[in-house]
Design a protein around this ligand. Structure first.
Ligand SMILES: C[S@@+](CC[C@H](N)C(=O)[O-])C[C@H]1O[C@@H](n2cnc3c(N)ncnc32)[C@H](O)[C@@H]1O
Length: 243
């Protein structure tokens, strides 16, 4: 028997959508959050280690995770992005609770649009760095890689950068014909591992589980102006990280 997990927050219930199939429509009272219980519990445990106050989230969908992160950690600023033009249930939730100053939702922004991401951060961030970044957007190699190049410089030393669903192409629950022609995310994980392995303080540690990878930021200075390139921070010695 399956049970539905609902998480009450203020005047909404967040409903975990725990399968790959299409979710039902959200409403102003019930908003879907696109993760299963174990996934959310483990991800929350990562965030709990840093008790974030400033966060960036890529991939809003209906706003379930955006509402969850803001409420769970009483975030002072959450800058969120999605390529879609609106998330109406989230928008109305933020209006009802006067949270628009805290949660800054940016719509119609592609995750690999560096100038748009940087412009939003310059206007909306509460300081030079955030504590926690979660990429739950396209799950595509090129876009996700560009987002790391754009956003990692905005993560404070000791902060965590999460790439969700990095293992979709390898996961037991993933149908073999789904996204069969798309580049896997695993070469990106290898590339990030090489950066960690160099030991220069860009990424101090990487943790992976079947649902997500966590990049723990080191102390190295990284330019926030768009000049940070992953390839400048490792020595591959012939090891291929090509997608
Ligand atoms: C898996 S859903 C996010 C789920 C949400 N974080 C949650 O837990 O409920 C992925 C979202 O990423 C957005 N997205 C997909 N490709 C994108 C891209 N290239 N740039 C920005 N957002 C993108 C989609 O529109 C969708 O809303």
């Amino acid at each position: 028997m399956t049970t539905t997990t609902k998480i009450p927050i203020r005047d909404v219930e967040l409903c975990l959508w725990e399968t790959l199939g299409d979710r039902p429509a959200s409403s102003d009272q019930l908003i879907y959050l696109h993760k299963d219980r174990a996934f959310l519990r483990r991800l929350e445990a990562v965030a709990a280690r840093i008790q974030p106050k400033q966060m960036i989230e890529i991939g809003i969908l209906d706003g379930g995770s955006t509402i969850y992160w803001q409420d769970r950690f009483q975030l002072q600023r959450l800058i969120a992005f999605d390529i879609e033009p609106d998330a109406p249930h989230l928008r109305r939730y933020l209006e009802r609770h006067n949270l628009q100053g805290i949660v800054r939702a940016n719509y119609a922004v592609a995750q690999d649009d560096g100038p748009a991401l940087r412009a939003a951060i310059a206007k909306q961030a509460a300081g030079p760095f955030v504590d926690f970044i979660v990429d739950d957007a396209s799950h595509q190699h090129a876009q996700t890689r560009t987002t790391v190049e754009v956003l990692l410089p905005f993560l404070r030393p000791g902060g965590a950068y999460v790439i969700e669903d990095w293992a979709w192409g390898h996961h037991a629950s993933w149908p073999s014909d789904l996204w069969a022609d798309r580049p896997l995310m695993s070469p990106l994980l290898s590339e990030l591992t090489l950066i960690c392995g160099r030991g220069s303080g860009v990424i101090d540690r990487i943790e992976i589980d079947p649902n997500f990878a966590v990049l723990w930021r080191g102390e190295a200075f990284l330019p926030q102006n768009g000049e940070f390139r992953l390839a400048d921070h490792y020595v591959a010695r012939g090891f291929s990280v090509a997608p």
